[in-house]
Design a protein around this ligand. Structure first.
Ligand SMILES: [Fe+2]
Length: 247
């Protein structure tokens, strides 16, 4: 089983609150639950640390190191990318962009832009994506990135999705491998659909949630959550959300 965690929004001080909740405690509780599932891979899809602090990334590393499996992390708009890459850099927990899961392959993309809230891959990262997909013919693939490719029905968030998404889909569809799913964070809410034969998933945060279908920024009182993904033979993939039932 693969677990996706997203939007952890940790701070340097693990006792400090973020939008009325303690993001460190939230993540610690989620990880405690996930450990019981014995996952084989954990993907952490951005907005890992909210205050650009090295200590925030060290706090995150300490929690992720308690997991019994490899952990791969990618940045969101709130991350300090060089700092993140320098601290999340162990054999177990790191920011490498490719990892195998049985016959499957997970490709982690950086959709962040310095100083911008919204996502964009840009020509260079699109070219890298095309090269990676071309190098793995026949593979079943999960692509992960922070920003969503599709709108979720919240006007303010939909303006922040990957700006050049129209250039991404042809790469995913025309590759000699079979991209089965795209998983993202950023929207702090559950989203699941299928687009051109590819499953498209958004996932609630481990920190605070955003209100579904809200035109403008609004919080929701939903509890921390995570996504499971179960890749199977023949490219079959099942997935769902688990929300902590109390906090
Ligand atoms: Fe976020």
């Amino acid at each position: 089983m693969i677990i996706q965690l997203t939007d952890t929004h940790l701070l340097a001080d693990p006792r400090q609150l973020f939008k009325g909740i303690n993001p460190y405690d939230h993540l610690a509780r989620v990880i405690e639950q996930i450990r019981g599932l014995a996952p084989q891979l954990v993907l952490v899809t951005g907005d890992l640390v909210h205050d650009d602090s090295a200590q925030g990334y060290r706090n995150l590393l300490g929690l992720l190191q308690t997991l019994p499996c490899p952990v791969r992390c990618l940045p969101g708009n709130h991350d300090a990318v060089p700092l993140m890459q320098s601290i999340l850099a162990t054999d177990q927990v790191n920011c490498q962009s490719l990892i195998e899961y049985g016959d499957w392959l997970c490709v982690l993309l950086d959709s962040s832009q310095p100083g911008q809230v919204g996502g964009r891959l840009g020509a260079e990262r699109l070219h890298d994506l095309e090269r990676v997909l071309n190098n793995h013919p026949g593979r079943d693939v999960i692509v992960a990135m922070h920003h969503p490719l599709l709108p979720c029905g919240s006007r303010w968030l939909d303006q922040q999705r990957v700006a050049d998404a129209a250039a991404v889909w042809p790469l995913l569809l025309n590759a000699p491998c079979r991209v089965r799913a795209v998983v993202s964070g950023h929207i702090h809410q559950e989203f699941a659909t299928e687009h051109l034969g590819i499953a498209v998933y958004g996932t609630p945060a481990t920190a605070v949630q955003f209100r579904v279908h809200s035109a403008d920024y609004a919080l929701d009182d939903g509890l921390p959550a995570y996504r499971w993904l179960r890749p199977g033979p023949g490219g079959r993939l099942t997935s769902g959300i688990v929300r902590l039932n109390q906090f």
